[in-house]
Design a protein around this ligand. Structure first.
Ligand SMILES: O=C(O)CCC(=O)C(=O)O
Length: 372
């Protein structure tokens, strides 16, 4: 049925609405193309007939016909927002970023229910055998103090200097066209991601190879680790967008034969109100799951058992170590606090990338044709 107040209605008035129609009972019959459709390629055709009955039941008239071309359920209907990169690179996977009809608050309430809050272990020295068991069965561990206060300060400083540099030694992804950003304040608020900085920034390269991080990662991998991705993720106050539920290995640069390990490090306090990490424990056991270009390159919302969502708040310097197939995501930042984080990914040194064919079979709907 047509949603009341839908803005995309293009009504064709075949017959003027009779004056009596306001007082008379009327029915509305809608027909829609039956098949859900792929995002951004096709739309749903809906025909709605407004039938008004006169005083005698046999007197009726078609008072209005409305034909709509409407996006299907869960496909964005507001104007698309977008990401612009300093180098316009797509990294081998779709980067389409669009809004949904749902508000950030609605998305947070529906998709980030966090029935539990997972506490971080007190420090790298406290990670023991049972914690590695926890990683293997649940897909993650959280550890405080992976970076100390000075390392957090230096890392934050380096990220901000990349954002404000005229010629950054890294790639920067914006949520607004750069020529609209009038000053550094607006620039910071518009940055979603800074990435591929380790080669151009010695301090951040040191963080990515920090002995406290590598010790845990190599114990998880069971061998020597290679750094395969480096980035910083920013969620500015009141508007830092959701990162929908996904598996990291569904992103081209992380599609390896062996599971990669993600390390997400809070640079600011990451809490329930400003977009801390959320995970679905044990979801890595599902293996590779198809992703779709909806609000991002993501799992279909309906495929995520959000009733098992666990939130992982972290203090600055705290880190989440997680399996490359773990379902995880972060809600919209609806608070007045910013939330910045570093994220590194490591693969076993000997591990090779999936071929494009393997990737497609594992992380897209090629095999099943299932729609989202
Ligand atoms: O920091 C965030 O908001 C989410 C990061 C994340 O999950 C990712 O980039 O894979």
């Amino acid at each position: 049925m047509e949603r009341p107040g839908s803005s995309s209605t293009s009504a064709i008035g075949l017959a003027p609405r009779p004056a009596a129609s306001r007082a008379s009972p009327s029915v509305r019959i809608s027909f829609s193309s039956p098949r859900p459709v792929r995002p951004a390629t096709t739309a749903c055709l809906c025909l709605t007939l407004y039938i008004t009955f006169g005083p005698a039941a046999r007197n009726f008239a078609v008072s209005r016909v409305s034909i709509q071309i409407r996006p299907p359920r869960s496909i964005p209907s507001r104007p698309a927002a977008f990401y612009t990169d300093t180098n316009n690179e797509r990294g081998g996977y779709p980067m389409t970023r669009t809004n949904t009809a749902a508000s950030p608050e609605e998305i947070n309430a529906r998709l980030y229910k966090h029935t539990d809050i997972h506490p971080a272990l007190p420090g790298a020295g406290s990670v023991g055998k049972e914690d590695y068991e926890h990683y293997r069965s649940q897909g993650f561990i959280a550890v405080s103090g992976i970076l100390d206060a000075e390392e957090v300060r230096l890392s934050s400083e380096e990220i901000m200097s990349i954002i404000f540099a005229a010629e950054p030694q890294a790639k920067v992804q914006f949520t607004r066209p750069q020529n609209e950003l009038r000053d550094n304040g607006e620039r910071e608020l518009a940055v979603r991601k800074v990435y591929e900085f380790v080669n151009g920034n010695e301090r951040l390269r040191e963080m990515a190879h920090h002995p406290r991080i590598l010790a845990i990662v190599e114990r998880i991998l069971g061998g020597k680790a290679k750094l395969v991705q480096d980035m910083a993720l920013l969620k500015p106050p009141t508007g830092g967008g959701e990162k929908p539920w996904h598996q990291d290995m569904a992103y081209g640069p992380l599609a390896y034969h062996n599971a990669v390990v993600g390390v997400w490090i809070a640079l600011d306090e990451a809490g329930l109100d400003n977009g801390c990490m959320h995970v679905i424990p044990r979801s890595q056991m599902s293996g590779a799951v198809p992703h779709y270009a909806v609000r991002d390159w993501q799992l279909c919302d309906e495929a995520v058992p959000v009733e098992r969502d666990v939130a992982v708040p972290l203090a600055p310097g705290g880190a989440l170590f997680f399996h490359g197939l773990l379902f995880h995501g972060t809600p919209n930042n609806t608070s007045l606090k910013r939330r910045r984080a570093l994220q590194f990914h490591y693969a076993l040194d000997t591990s090779a990338k999936l071929t494009p064919q393997e990737y497609k079979r594992m992380f897209t709907n090629e095999l099943t044709g299932a729609e989202c």
